[in-house]
Design a protein around this ligand. Structure first.
Ligand SMILES: Cc1cc2nc3c(=O)[nH]c(=O)nc-3n(C[C@H](O)[C@H](O)[C@H](O)COP(=O)(O)OP(=O)(O)OC[C@H]3O[C@@H](n4cnc5c(N)ncnc54)[C@H](O)[C@@H]3O)c2cc1C
Length: 462
C-alpha cells in the first residue's frame, strides 16, 4: 500500500488521472466501463489480459445461465442491450426466438470493445494492478505493472471488478473466502472447445436418448442448440456410455463427477465444455493453485477428448480447438460490505429500497455431496433483490466493487454470481460513481433509492 503523500517522492510516473478507474475488464468491469463513459465520466479500464469479457471470454464460460421468470429476463439495461446486439450478428446469434444469453465468446470481446469505444472509454490491456494508493482510508489510485514498467493511475472513483476483490483487499477492506462454516470452496473448471463435430448427428443421437435440450437451428444458421450433461446417478442418459468408457480404461471414475457441454451461437461444428472440474486446491488467489489447475485441467481435457471421439456419435473427427487461457474460478474473496446478502435473504425473496438487480437463479454450489443447499431454488415466480450497499466495502472510501466478489454469503454468491447479474452490478457501480461525483458525496452516502430510479430510467428492470 503506497501512501498518497509519498507518491511524488516515489518516482512513479502518473500514467493517467481519471474520473473513474475500473480494475478488470471482465463480465462486470467491461459493463462498468461502458456505463461510466456513457455517464460522461473520463473512464479508464485496466485489464491484465488482451481482451474484455473476463471469465466469459477468457475462461470460456458460455452460455449465460437464465435469470428469468416465465421466459421474461429479470435483468435489463446494458445486459439486455448487449444480448440484443450479439443476437443480431450472424457470428453470434442464432435462435432468434428466445436466445437470451447463448453467445460466441470471441465475438463478445469485439462487441464489448466497440461499446467501450462508442462510450469514449479508454482501455489499457496487458496491465496488472498490483497495489493501491491510499490517503487515510480512501483509495486515491492504484499502481500498475506492465511492459513499460511500474506507474500510477489516479482516479476520483474506483471500481474493483477484479473478481477476486484485489483492490478492496489491498486497501484493507474486510473480506471472506469460501464457506466460513465448512471451509469448502467451489471447484474450479478449466473449460475447452472441441471443433469439427457433426452437430446435427449428435443432436439426433441425443434426441433418441431423451433428457437433453436440443433445438433446431434457425433459418440461415448451421448451429442447433444442444445442451447435455452427465453426473453419476442423476439420470443422465449418457451414463451408460460413461460407464463403458470407465470399464474400458478411457475415463476415470472421477471424470463422471461432472460433465457438461453446450453448442455455441455462431460457431458451427464446435461445442463448449463446462469441465473438467477441479476440487482440490481451489484458492483463486493462490498462483500455485491456479497453475496446478491448468496443468491438471489439460490432462483431464485430453481424456475427455479421447472419450468424445470414441463414444459420441458426431465427434469421430473432432479436435481440441483450445483450452481456456483463464482458470474458471467460481468464487474467491468476497467483500464485507455495507450490507451482507444472507442466505436467509435469498430464501425469503427479500426486497430492498436500494435494489440494483433481481435474481431467481438457484444456489449453484457445485458441491452436491458436501452442501445440503446445492441447487435449492426459490418458489416458481419468486425473486429476491440485491441492494446497492452490497457493492460498498466497509472501512474503505472511494471504492465500489462489482461482480462475483460482492458482499454476500457463500450460498447467496453461488446464485447471484451468474453473468447477467455481474453485468448489472458493473452498470450500477458506474452509475453510482457518476451520481456520487455529481452530488459530491462519497459512494457510501449515495442515496441508493435515487440510484435505483436512475437505473430504471436506463432500462433496468427494477
Ligand atoms: C467454470 C465456471 C462456470 C460458470 N458457469 C456459468 C454459466 O454457465 N452461466 C453464467 O451466467 N455464469 C456462470 N459462471 C459464473 C460467471 O461466469 C462469473 O461469476 C462471472 O463471469 C464473474 O464475473 P466478474 O466480472 O466478477 O469476474 P471476471 O469476469 O472473471 O472478470 C475479472 C477481470 O479482472 C481481471 N483482473 C483480475 N485481477 C486483475 C488485476 N489485479 N489487474 C488487472 N486485471 C485484473 C481479469 O483478467 C478479468 O478480466 C461460471 C463461472 C465459472 C468459473
Amino acid at each position: 500500500m503506497l501512501p498518497f503523500s509519498q507518491l511524488s517522492s516515489s518516482s512513479l510516473p502518473i500514467l493517467r488521472d481519471v474520473d473513474l478507474l475500473v480494475v478488470g475488464g471482465g463480465t462486470a468491469g467491461a459493463i462498468a466501463g461502458i456505463a461510466g463513459g456513457r455517464a460522461g465520466l473520463k473512464t479508464q479500464v485496466v485489464e491484465q489480459f488482451g481482451f474484455l469479457g473476463g471469465s466469459q471470454s477468457g475462461a470460456l464460460v458460455t452460455p449465460m445461465m437464465p435469470n428469468q421468470i416465465e421466459g421474461e429476463p429479470l435483468n435489463g439495461g446494458i445486459d439486455m442491450e448487449l444480448n440484443r446486439r450479439m443476437n443480431a450478428m450472424r457470428e453470434s446469434g442464432v435462435w432468434k426466438d428466445g436466445n437470451r444469453g447463448w453467445f460466441n465468446p470471441e465475438m463478445l470481446k469485439h462487441v464489448l470493445e466497440q461499446m467501450c469505444g462508442e462510450a469514449g472509454t479508454e482501455l489499457l490491456y496487458f496491465t496488472f494492478v498490483d497495489d493501491v494508493i491510499m490517503e487515510e482510508n480512501a483509495v486515491r489510485g492504484v499502481t500498475v505493472v506492465n511492459k513499460a514498467g511500474r506507474s500510477a493511475i489516479l482516479a476520483k472513483r474506483i471500481i474493483d471488478a477484479s473478481g477476486d476483490a484485489d483492490i478492496a483487499f489491498r486497501a484493507g477492506a474486510p473480506v471472506e473466502v469460501g464457506d466460513p462454516e465448512t471451509g469448502i470452496n467451489q471447484p474450479f473448471s478449466v473449460r475447452f472447445h472441441l471443433g469439427n463435430i457433426d452437430l446435427n448427428r449428435f443432436a439426433e443421437y441425443l434426441k433418441s436418448l431423451g433428457r437433453h435440450d436440443v433445438m433446431e437451428a434457425a433459418e440461415g444458421s448451421d448451429v442447433p442448440l444442444i445442451h447435455t450433461a452427465m453426473v453419476w446417478g442423476k439420470g443422465w442418459t449418457l451414463e451408460p456410455l460413461f460407464r463403458k468408457a470407465v470399464d474400458e480404461g478411457v475415463l476415470l471414475e472421477s471424470d463422471g463427477h461432472y460433465f457438461q457441454v453446450f453448442s455455441m451461437a455462431g460457431r458451427p461444428g464446435e461445442m463448449a465444455f463446462n469441465c473438467p472440474r477441479i476440487r482440490e486446491s481451489v484458492d483463486g488467489t493462490n498462483p500455485f493453485h491456479l497453475t496446478r489447475a491448468m496443468v491438471t485441467g489439460r490432462e483431464l481435457i485430453n481424456r475427455y477428448v479421447a472419450f468424445c471421439r470414441t463414444y459420441l456419435p458426431g465427434f469421430e473427427r473432432s479436435y481440441l480447438v483450445f483450452s481456456a487461457p483463464m482458470v474458471g474460478v467460481r468464487e474467491s474473496r468476497r467483500i464485507r460490505g455495507e450490507y451482507y446478502l444472507s442466505t436467509e435473504d435469498y430464501f425469503a425473496a427479500r426486497k430492498f429500497d436500494d435494489a440494483i438487480l433481481r435474481n431467481c437463479y438457484p444456489l449453484d454450489i457445485h458441491r452436491d455431496k458436501d452442501h445440503a443447499l446445492n441447487m435449492q431454488r426459490l418458489k416458481a415466480g419468486e425473486y429476491h433483490e440485491v441492494p446497492y450497499r452490497c457493492l460498498i466495502p466497509l472501512k474503505v472510501e472511494n471504492l465500489l466493487v462489482a461482480g462475483r466478489c460482492f458482499s454476500g454469503s457463500f450460498e447467496a454468491q453461488s446464485s447471484v454470481r451468474i453473468q447477467s447479474n455481474c453485468r448489472a452490478m458493473g452498470e450500477a457501480a458506474a452509475v453510482a460513481s457518476a451520481m456520487s461525483l455529481q452530488r459530491n458525496v462519497p459512494p457510501r452516502q449515495m442515496d441508493g433509492k435515487d440510484l435505483r430510479a436512475r437505473l430504471k430510467e436506463l432500462g433496468g428492470r427494477l
